[in-house]
Design a protein around this ligand. Structure first.
Ligand code: FAD
Length: 393
């Protein structure tokens, strides 16, 4: 039977299929299972990997989000430092929270994924097709179909398609961190170092991030916003120098490492999704391009999808601000430390968090922009206005 005829006559194998069994799919599935008659739906969740991605999620929050039982650490203060100044903020009513991926996925394995109507399969989605009211998903081992297919994974074939030779992203947030155990008390367990720019600004905007789990145990991470990816040795040299200069001169042990890279891109990820699927998480463009934070943004998006009047996940006003900052990171990375210093030292941190959460009012944003160095933003504004009028230039 020809392929198209087979697709037309085929009965859906499931009611719902999720491509990717990561953060946003599990957030969505958990919310879906709270809806009436959810257990009558046969759900298939596909992931190409047997073991989940090894990562942790941090975010600031002042509201209940439903994952409190998985928060293993939280902090009440944040510190910001650069050669222009240093500040520590008490962030109440917010707290900075940490969820380990291991706990998040273990909880899903033990609860959500054990429901009799949910099947978790290790299999890779290769292509999809919308036919006759349902979407068929071709995988490495077979073919499945459902009326509703959601995907947190962009279609790899589309990333380089449509005559656009650009890779997924020009700019990356890339990082490598060490979990270190020091031989003496070296950290304030109440305080996260959110950004410390006191390091050479090589290949982009470079800063350190320190999450202290106790007085002698912390994750110290070297993060770069830039085009050029680093090899392991470059991070390690920067880490060694930072630790000996600002944390401890005494011996310490590297217990574990974390590394990753997150695209800092404003490409419309929703156009890169698998055909006939509803995008979630990364595929819905929910990793905030200017910061890389996604956990709560994706959760808000999931909540909104189940609400009576769903809201657009990405606001044009905040996309515009993200675009200006990405432009500065790309063309004048040496300005980033000064901008961040002004942001964190001249504004109440609660205002900064509301802005980064895209919950601030225009009046609040104007007050905040008045505290920042204007020149790089005006330069970017002029550049982007010119480019939008002369797209071929
Ligand atoms: C190392 C790292 C640290 C991060 N830390 C934070 C943080 O602290 N706070 C924060 O808010 N955000 C953070 N992020 C950003 C963001 O929250 C995460 O990337 C988040 O996991 C994205 O969720 P997701 O559901 O879109 O994708 P993922 O959680 O990455 O899940 C996608 C899943 O799809 C699977 N998959 C891929 N292709 C296919 C295919 N063709 N077929 C089937 N399965 C497939 C993958 O194996 C993966 O399991 C971090 C990102 C990284 C990389």
């Amino acid at each position: 039977m020809p392929q198209l005829v087979r697709l037309f006559t085929m009965q859906p194998t499931h009611d719902v299929i999720l491509i990717g069994c990561g953060c946003s799919s599990l957030q969505w599935l958990s919310r879906f299972m709270d809806t009436e008659s959810a257990e009558q739906h046969q759900v298939l969740i596909l992931d190409k990997n047997e073991t989940p991605p090894d990562r942790t999620w941090c975010f600031w929050s002042k509201k209940a989000h439903g994952y409190e039982h998985l928060v293993s650490y939280s902090w009440s203060k944040i510190r910001f430092a650069s050669r222009f100044g240093e500040v520590s903020h008490n962030i109440a009513p917010y707290s900075y929270q940490y969820i380990s991926g291991r706990d998040f996925f273990a909880a899903a394995d033990e609860g959500l994924l054990k429901q009799p109507n949910i099947t978790r399969l290790t299999d890779e989605a290769a292509a999809t097709q919308r036919v006759n009211g349902h979407t068929s998903v071709e995988t490495t081992s077979g073919q499945f179909s459902a009326g509703r297919v959601l995907s947190s994974v962009p279609d790899p074939a589309k990333i380089l398609q449509n005559g656009d030779p650009k890779p997924l992203s020009k700019l990356w947030q890339h990082f490598r961190g060490w979990f270190i155990k020091t031989s003496e008390a070296a950290f304030d367990p109440e305080e996260v170092v959110l950004m410390d720019f006191r390091t050479p600004q090589t290949d982009g905007a470079v800063f350190f991030y320190v999450l202290p789990f106790s007085e002698d145990y912390a994750l110290v991470e070297c993060t770069v916003f830039g085009e050029q990816l680093w090899d392991r040795f470059a991070y390690e040299e920067a880490l060694r120098t930072y630790i000996s200069t600002y944390i401890t001169a005494e011996p310490y042990e590297v217990v574990n490492t974390e590394e990753g890279r997150i695209p800092m891109s404003q490409r419309d990820f929703r156009k890169l999704g698998f055909d006939g699927t509803e995008p979630l998480g990364t595929a819905a463009g929910l990793v905030k391009p200017s910061t890389g934070y996604m956990f709560l943004r994706s959760l808000r998006d999931v909540e909104s999808r189940f609400a009576e009047n769903p809201k657009a996940a990405v606001s044009p006003r905040f996309s515009f601000y993200d675009g200006l900052l990405l432009g500065i990171i790309e063309h004048e990375p040496e300005q980033v430390a000064g901008i961040m210093t002004a942001l964190f030292t001249r504004n109440p941190v609660q205002r900064v968090f509301r802005f980064l959460d895209e919950e601030s009012s225009l009046a609040e944003e104007i007050r905040m922009f008045a505290t920042l160095p204007w020149a790089p933003f005006l330069k970017q504004l002029a550049k982007q206005t010119f480019q939008s009028k002369n797209p071929d230039s």
